[in-house]
Design a binder for this molecule. Structure first.
Ligand SMILES: C[S@@+](CC[C@H](N)C(=O)[O-])C[C@H]1O[C@@H](n2cnc3c(N)ncnc32)[C@H](O)[C@@H]1O
Length: 213
């Protein structure tokens, strides 16, 4: 494996369950489908998932330019050749403010799927707002946004380990914190999406499927 490809212990653990949830909900036959990942991080999920979805072009994006080398190494090493090099995306920004180079490649209504793992709780609320806004604009009708991470439900956060995690996040940065599905449903509704499925995942995480109407 290339030296600049980074891996995270959490992604080592969650890549397989994420792949199972994702593969059961995407079209694995139709050629030339398109997926946009927001916050690709190290690129490890792209490297794991894209070879399992050879009919889907997997566009990586990142906010931290320090991650670009690692993501690019996963692009280069991908045996199925369906990972696209990272584009810069600050998801808190309105689509019109995205970099020109990104906007040239990311067209409204052109994505079948979007994927976002482990970002909403570890970024300001306006990143969650921007994620649903972008999904409303970039997904085709009938497209799906998949989000993965820990969530509260109707004001209830369980178990205690997630309560402790949330408190730690908010201590580190007062704009971070585990999001409530109830609040995300409102963002979804504002942007023409609805919650379609909730899949319980290991380590008290969830995989949420949001359908673009
Ligand atoms: C915990 S990492 C998750 C990375 C990867 N998705 C994973 O699951 O391994 C959080 C990610 O959120 C991204 N992020 C933070 N603020 C962001 C923003 N304004 N726009 C887009 N991504 C952002 C970080 O750059 C980082 O990639």
């Amino acid at each position: 494996m290339s030296a600049i490809k980074r891996t995270h212990p959490s992604a080592d653990r969650n890549s397989q369950p994420i792949s199972e949830a994702l593969l059961s909900q995407v079209d694995k036959q139709t050629p030339n489908l398109r997926l946009l990942e927001i916050a690709s991080g190290s690129g490890q999920h792209a490297g794991f998932l894209a070879p399992l979805l050879p009919n889907i072009s997997y566009q990586t994006t990142e906010y931290s330019r320090q991650d670009f080398n690692s993501i690019s190494a996963y692009v280069t090493d991908c045996t199925t050749g369906n990972i696209c090099p990272p584009l810069f995306v600050d998801i808190s920004q309105e689509l019109q403010q995205w970099e020109a180079g990104t906007l040239q490649q990311v067209k409204p209504g052109s994505y079948d799927y979007m994927l976002n793992c482990n970002m909403m709780h570890i970024s300001p609320w306006n990143c969650s707002v921007g994620l649903f806004r972008a999904a409303g604009q970039l997904l085709k009708s009938g497209g799906k946004l998949f989000t993965y991470g820990p969530y509260a439900q109707d004001g209830q956060l369980t178990p205690q380990s997630n309560v402790d995690f949330d408190a730690d996040l908010r201590r580190r940065n007062s704009t971070w914190g585990i999001r409530d599905i109830r609040d995300l449903k409102q963002l979804a509704e504002t942007n023409g999406l609805k919650l379609d499925r909730v899949t319980d995942m290991p380590s008290n995480n969830k995989f949420l499927t949001w359908l673009k109407l």
